[in-house]
Design a protein. Structure first.
Length: 143
């Protein structure tokens, strides 16, 4: 349980691998047993909200997190590569050196000055993604 400085409370349920975050909109978890009411309004992020509710329902029924409702994040590998690229930039590496670390020196040797700029553009996109993540974009991953 977390009470933020503004008084807003959050409950995080986790088994170490999977997690559910519940926002408390009225009352307090710190006052003892509570009665849950589910607030779904509008259509913004409705899929994520109903998925959270389904996960909570199955957690209560089964006593464990429903693995089928926690698919692997498709973009996780890209985010990891972006952060590696960021580490390289912070260490003073060139885009070419970053490409070598991420995709192999063989690929860089064959493709860096090839017919297409795909490899250089890919590294540039990873660096931009990393900048966005480091400058607050990581918060969007938590939704």
């Amino acid at each position: 349980m977390l009470r933020q400085a503004d008084g807003h409370e959050l409950l995080l349920l986790s088994d170490g691998e999977h997690r559910l975050q519940i926002d408390v909109t009225a009352g307090s978890l710190f006052d003892g047993p509570v009665c849950l009411h589910y607030e779904l309004s509008g259509f913004t992020h409705i899929e994520a909200k109903t998925l959270t509710l389904r996960r909570l329902l199955l957690l209560c029924r089964r006593g464990r997190f429903p693995r089928g409702l926690f698919p692997p994040e498709r973009r996780a590998h890209r985010w990891a590569m972006a952060l590696q690229a960021y580490d390289g930039i912070q260490a003073g590496a060139s885009h070419r050196e970053i490409a070598g670390a991420l995709f192999s020196e063989k690929v860089v040797k064959e493709d860096w000055y090839g017919r297409s700029d795909y490899l250089r553009l890919r590294v540039q996109r990873l660096v931009r993604t990393a900048d966005q993540l480091v400058n607050g974009g990581y918060r969007d991953l938590l939704r």
